[in-house]
Design a protein around this ligand. Sequence first.
Ligand code: BG6
Length: 512
Amino acid sequence: MPEHIESICAESAPPPCSIVIFGASGDLASRKLFPALFRLFERDLLPEKFLFIGFARTEMTAEAFRDRIMAALKLAGINAPRKFMDFFLSSVEYVNGAYDSPESYKKIEVLLAKFEEGVNSAGRLFYFSTPPNLFSQILKLLESENLVREDYDGIPWRRVVVEKPFGRDLESANELERELGITLKERQIYRIDHYLGKETIQNILMLRFANSVFEPIWNNRFIESVQITAAETVGIEHRAGYFEKTGLLRDMFQNHMLQLLSLVAMEPPSSFDADRIRDEKAKLLNSLRPFPTNPSSLSNLIVRAQYGKGMLEGRKTPAYAEENGVAENSMTETYVAAKFHVDNWRWNGTHFYVRSGKRLAKRISEVAIKFRRIPHSIFGNLNSYNISQNELVLTIQPDEGFSMKINAKKPGSKFCMGGVEMDFKYSDLGGPGADAYERLLIDCMLGDGTLFIRKDSIELSWALLDPVLKIWENPENLKSNPIFLYEAGSEGPVESSIVFGTNSDSWRKLKV
Ligand code: BG6
């Protein structure tokens, strides 16, 4: 009989390659990318031969750029010995220039060519960490300066990481895809959704498909509803310029929330392979019932709101409309709650509720699966409505883990029943592991696209949300689809319960 395996952990360092980060003087690079690269280096997961080039318009020497990285690492709480940091920094170069100047790309090519001398088939990763309006420019020059062209067999590899937003509607997303498609093959494009890099999101796949107890009950017969929440306590911070034009539906739903929903509800893929998983996710997105194009029907299924003044962690916080850079009469939503129908055999009759918002009572992202009531109670005068429903809650952040609520005999009198929780916390295993960007950067260097979004998912998500945006953006529909107000630090707008219709459901409390 084969021995069972307690745990299988496989991770290998990628082959030699270089990473060029466009937008290296920006916020994302300092907060996420530098710390992620350094942590990979600490874990011995960067290639043995590795070059990291930062590119930005800011004029600075490579030395000044290295100092900037050091400062970013300190800010991220990394305090490695100086010698170790210096070793990491010895692989770092900086190029400053204009995004539309061929000269700048020639400078990059000189550094890359020098690094690649004598290295067998070094790969190249170009990370677009710039505002999206620069993507097309960068692509054109990468192509004309021959930095990104790949042979038919993809050896040596050339890949591009694209940060969200992937367009702002179906049309602009298609335009971006068209531009990417002129220069690159699909296998070279890595569209990042950092939620997919979180350990607990990957755990959805393990939980569903590495256990025999869940999949048989993962359907409409046993599951009454699924609630997906991504609540934040932060407001829009210094991102008013971006957020005012974007709003929460584009910022969180088009990508993170729909990706989460598809992982929870998709059919089992035939293997743990990027394309097989992405096929199933796309199929699921295709099964989501389109939102109504009639404004008054729409308002029963999706609710938008904006935060007002309030109190959070003991301090007063301004209303969204009072934030720097936000128009006084802004119609941008900072909260969305919606009900989705999955139109297939597995899920017909199961309710999917999804909500996300800023400046809410607590920072928490979770997927809560509520099982149906027992069909018949054998317990005397307790009927099935008196007995709590089982619940499986996957907490994505901040206390990563999952718990199962079950009814059990409590100690004491003969008939003493109550809910108990079987709880698993990642912190018991020494923490949730790698940061999302570490995971995604290494996967990209290894050529594993499982946790990246494929073109069809982008298209399907926009196709689903475009009609909603069209209705919301027309001021004539404000009456039928108002922007409700909620107090900062609260559970969200009371009107969010509209999506439950006549069902007796309610949103799970953020703060208990
Ligand atoms: C980003 C959004 O994609 O995700 C932000 O643009 C949001 O508005 C962030 O705050 C949330 O990510 P996390 O990992 O902090 O939950």
